[in-house]
Design a protein around this ligand. Structure first.
Ligand SMILES: NC(=O)c1ccc[n+]([C@@H]2O[C@H](COP(=O)([O-])OP(=O)(O)OC[C@H]3O[C@@H](n4cnc5c(N)ncnc54)[C@H](O)[C@@H]3O)[C@@H](O)[C@H]2O)c1
Ligand SMILES: O[C@H]1[C@H](O)[C@@H](O)[C@H](O)[C@@H](O)[C@H]1O
Length: 334
């Protein structure tokens, strides 16, 4: 049994604690921590775990074999470095860290430890729909990918959500999954700002159109619209030389009523990606039995961070911004 300590007991933290406690085979939550003791206590009630307010104490608890980081992005770096030092296995929710500089520190610490310790929570790589698109692309039947059209729509966000978060918090998922889909790396980024929706506020330009170009010349457009009001709507279509592949939407019945046909759209990521979260976490636990780490790595987190930085710069300049890694991909991640 893998004894897991969970850091961060907010919305996503509690969702993962329930998953680890009720669904995942081979793991138990033995400790939880939150800077707010009351949040940690509420989470501990779900799983009967020890309560900490200091994440570093949880990491060094001898009853914790592995650490699950679900605190806000800005707090990830400290827990990651402490857990690497303690030699603990780590699952870290996206983003790895909020700056490329911190991501690089984590990459360097993991490489120096000589052990693969970190799986990053880019769950879309475990989503059935994206996996089907990837399978179609790698079959070679449709030729080379040329263009990707994507949408990332949330029904609404809180008033503390600001313009750069459309990149760091939201488009970060597309940044990771799309280059993985087409097996390529990003070269440049640009952002186009349409008219702002009446449902936004002065600190948030919403919607945005993000454009990415890969080294092989694939052009990607992602509409990020976080106050779209109508649902949690994720779409992706890959236009290839010999066909176009559209990711399937979750299947709901089509209802005929009052002279209209309607189908449900999910309203949040917890439902839309429920199966993907379950699969990624089970994979992390299963890999532990073999002393391995699967899935997205700290290096993927670093690549996402430099791409995010270019997009945030492009939000301000409106220009095409280059994306360059400060270092070569270490042998360790190849
Ligand atoms: N993969 C996904 O689709 C997905 C979905 C939602 C959230 N997330 C990620 O999960 C993480 C948490 O998001 P959330 O929505 O639960 O946020 P949240 O604000 O609801 O919860 C964060 C919790 O962490 C606590 N906290 C803050 N600093 C801490 C620290 N240093 N140590 C321990 N706890 C600390 C806060 O008190 C809060 O209870 C973020 O990295 C976010 O990007 C991922
Ligand atoms: O933290 C959440 C989460 O990552 C969701 O998957 C994404 O759709 C939201 O935009 C973001 O705010």
């Amino acid at each position: 049994m893998l004894r897991v300590g969970v850091i961060g007991c907010g919305g996503m933290g509690k969702d993962h604690i329930k998953r680890l406690t009720n669904k995942i085979q081979g793991a138990e939550v033995t400790a939880v921590s939150d800077v707010f003791e009351e949040s940690a206590k509420q989470a501990a009630a779900i799983c009967g775990a020890k309560v900490y307010t200091d994440a570093n104490e949880l990491i060094n608890d001898p009853d914790v074999d592995a650490v699950f980081i679900v605190s806000p992005g800005f707090a990830h770096v400290e827990s990651l470095l402490t857990a690497i030092k303690a030699g603990k296995r780590i699952f870290c929710e996206k983003p790895l860290c909020t700056t490329a500089e911190d991501c690089l520190k984590v990459v360097e610490a993991e490489v120096a430890s000589g052990k693969h310790l970190i799986q990053l929570g880019f769950m879309r790589r475990y989503d059935k729909g994206y996996m089907q698109v990837k399978e179609a692309l790698t079959s070679g039947e449709y030729g080379e990918p040329l263009i990707l059209h994507c949408t990332h729509r949330n029904p609404e966000v809180g008033t503390n959500y600001t313009t750069p978060m459309a990149v760091h918090d939201t488009a970060i998922h597309e940044i990771d999954v799309l280059h993985w889909l087409v097996d390529d790396e990003y070269e440049s980024a640009q952002v186009i700002m349409p008219k702002v929706t009446k449902y936004s506020h002065s600190e948030l330009k919403d919607p945005q159109i993000m454009l990415l170009r890969t080294k092989k010349g694939v052009c990607i457009d992602v509409e990020v619209f976080v106050n779209c009001k109508f649902g949690y709507d994720i779409n992706c279509e890959v236009v290839c030389e010999d066909g176009a592949i559209k990711m399937p939407s979750p299947i709901y019945p089509s209802i005929r009523k009052n002279a209209a046909v309607s189908t449900t759209i999910d309203t949040d990521c917890f439902v839309r990606f429920k199966d993907a979260y379950d699969t990624e976490v089970q994979d992390w636990v299963d890999a532990a039995a073999e002393g391995a780490i699967n899935g997205p790595t700290a290096w993927d987190g670093y690549l996402a961070a430099i791409t995010a930085d270019a997009l945030v710069k492009a939000q301000e300049t409106g220009a095409v911004e280059k994306i360059n890694a400060a270092v070569e991909k270490p042998e360790f991640y190849k």
